[in-house]
Design a protein around this ligand. Structure first.
Ligand code: SF4
Length: 373
């Protein structure tokens, strides 16, 4: 049995080997693209998980999973922002964010098993950005949560928090357990897709989650991008998490070139639902610096969502189509007949200190890809 830690480190070796392979995807890039691609890789390292690499057609530049992981010349564009959802505004101490009243976010690590080129937190892993935003002082973060009775849940994020050792996660859970007003822990992870062995080769993790279920509701927010990621190993990971007593939800980033397709998204939501991963959010692509080529117009996204919903039954179509704004989460609802220049949105969550609620009418054109404040 290959342990998850070994698989994780072999991903690094594999990324280097792929880059050096004369018949591989790098050296077969068009000559004119090579400097831009090399610069993109220098900024935000190429990292591909071991098993996941086998899912990719490296010879097809249009392959969705290749687009997800492989730098392209399009990353040369400096458009966009490295903090599209205003995380700096909600940072209390490094690694602790408090944007929405009920939720404290802990950024546990900047490490991931693979680097998604569209990542909205790519600043954490980028070589050209000097930032240290992960938790250094766990005691201070826990004390903050203890002093804020409105905080009902802690969301573990990163990077990928499931990369942390089981022992580290256990220490964190032990520190949070005495806080009576906390009843829920949420964990955002892409490891069921990127590194399913995390959940099949570490019985201590599953035992820990199983033990914790009597103290917290544990929600594992699974990040999947494409139905091809739902391999037998990913299915076993999902099953193991469910058997440990976790509630599983699906958070899907919508990305041009990866999954902005009605067949792909429909299959993704349906297959995940069937495995017990309940639909939560579909995120509209953000204007992330060096990743704006993944964006698409809001109206295209809405048309796509409507088409997906038409094909899904009630439980599967429960996901919300969300634009995560610096001021909060806006649910993108649709357009009223005869009001082409307007988009109806609903404030789903708002940043603390902001008084916005209910419906919001945004002025848009067919080309609008994002809503400014
Ligand atoms: S797994 Fe998540 S945090 Fe890591 S690179 Fe991908 S999107 Fe970013």
């Amino acid at each position: 049995m290959v342990l998850w830690q070994d698989e994780l480190s072999s991903g690094l070796r594999q990324a280097r080997a792929l880059a050096a392979d004369p018949s591989g995807p790098w050296l077969s890039l068009p000559q004119e693209d090579q400097p831009a691609v090399a610069a993109a890789r220098e900024r935000f390292p190429f990292l591909v998980p071991t098993g996941y690499a086998d899912l990719i057609d490296w010879n097809d530049p249009g392959d969705p999973l290749r687009q997800l992981l492989m730098p392209t010349a399009a990353e040369d564009s400096p458009d966009g922002s490295l903090d599209t959802s205003g995380e700096a505004l909600s940072t209390i101490v490094p690694g602790l964010q408090h944007k929405y009243e009920q939720t404290a976010v802990f950024l546990l690590t900047e490490a991931c098993a693979g680097h998604c080129r569209y990542c909205f937190r790519r600043r954490l892993m980028s070589r050209d950005v000097m930032t240290k935003e992960t938790i250094e002082d766990l005691e201070a973060a826990v004390a903050y949560v203890a002093a804020h009775p409105e905080v009902e849940n802690v969301l573990l994020s990163g990077g990928d928090p499931m990369i942390c050792s089981t022992r580290r996660l256990e220490r964190l859970f032990e520190a949070l357990s005495p806080i009576r007003h906390l009843w829920q822990l949420r964990i955002s992870t892409k490891l069921p897709a990127f590194l399913p062995s995390r959940f099949s080769t570490d019985p201590a993790l599953l035992a820990l989650l199983h033990r914790l279920r009597t103290r917290f509701q544990i929600v594992v927010q699974c990040h999947f991008d494409h139905p091809r990621e739902i391999t037998p190993a990913a299915e076993r990971a999902i099953e193991a998490l469910r058997e440990s007593g976790c509630l599983l939800t699906a958070q899907i980033p919508l990305m041009k070139g990866v999954n902005a397709d009605v067949d792909v998204l429909t299959e993704l939501f349906k297959r995940l639902h069937r495995l017990g991963v309940l639909p939560q959010y579909l995120f509209h692509p953000r204007p992330v610096q060096h990743a704006t080529h993944f964006q698409l117009p809001l109206l295209d996204g809405l048309a796509l969502v409507e088409a997906v919903r038409r094909r899904c039954n009630g439980p599967v179509k429960r996901f919300r189509y969300i634009l995560t704004h610096a001021d909060g989460k806006l649910e993108l609802v649709g357009q009223l007949p005869g009001r082409d220049g307007e988009l109806v949105c609903r404030w789903h969550q708002v940043r603390r200190g902001i008084t916005r609620e209910g419906l919001h009418l945004a002025q848009i054109t067919p080309e609008t890809t994002w809503l400014q404040q």
